[in-house]
Design a binder for this molecule. Sequence first.
Ligand code: KIV
Length: 270
Amino acid sequence: MSSQGPLGKITLSKLQTLKNEQKKFAMVTVYDATFAHWASEAGIETLLVGDSLGMVLQGRDSTLAVTLDDMVYHVEMVARGNKGSWIIADMPFMTTNTPESTLENAARLMQAGAQMVKIEGGVWLAETITLLAERGVPVCAHLGLTPQSVHKLGGFKVQGRDEGAAEEIIQAAQELEDAGADMLLLECVPTQLAQRITQQASVPVVGIGAGPYTDAQVLVMHDLLGITVGRIPKFSKNYLTDGRSIPSAFEAYANEVRQGDFPTLEQGFE
Ligand code: KIV
């Protein structure tokens, strides 16, 4: 078992160097100290305390009911178990309504142990991201399928399929990077669109359901371990197979992402 990944303690500048050198890195969602320990020991560079916890831990059918207090509680646990990975915390539904309230809410997550916050949205986030960046809070901007808008989007559907919608996402990616975002995350967008944004962006682009060409990949831990209740998404993969333990499933995932073996074109969308 490795102690910390091949890069040692992960910083934003190490992640940026990986992007610059076109080396891929991995991310997984974790929600407590034990899984944070094993995922970081396995060398997974980045841990996301996702508001997906509303679905996989709390048993809800969306992320909308997750509160800032819920997130603080889980970020604290993850920070205690972490062995050097970069910790990103989701800002839950309705905690990013104004730049000022976002800053206050982000501060609670950073004080709980997060090193970056992830915010769902589009170009309207530019002013907020600039304020956070100025105050020393790194931001990952989440574009494409933004689950907090599930009711507006009409379900958990692939986004950016027609030219107009694709153009909007490309524009938002550029504007949010210009505003100060240090990372972009694309969820459920066509492979070619994700590829184009990854080529255009100077900051790391993480994908989920976005094909094989992004700089990094994220999976929800329950999907990666094959323990999701209900339908396993097409873009996911169960690594808890072939007699693997949970730590070695994490290692297998990180290795496949780094080598470009996961995801494949078949796991993306046209
Ligand atoms: O909350 C979460 O787990 C996420 C990932 C699906 C990217 O946002």
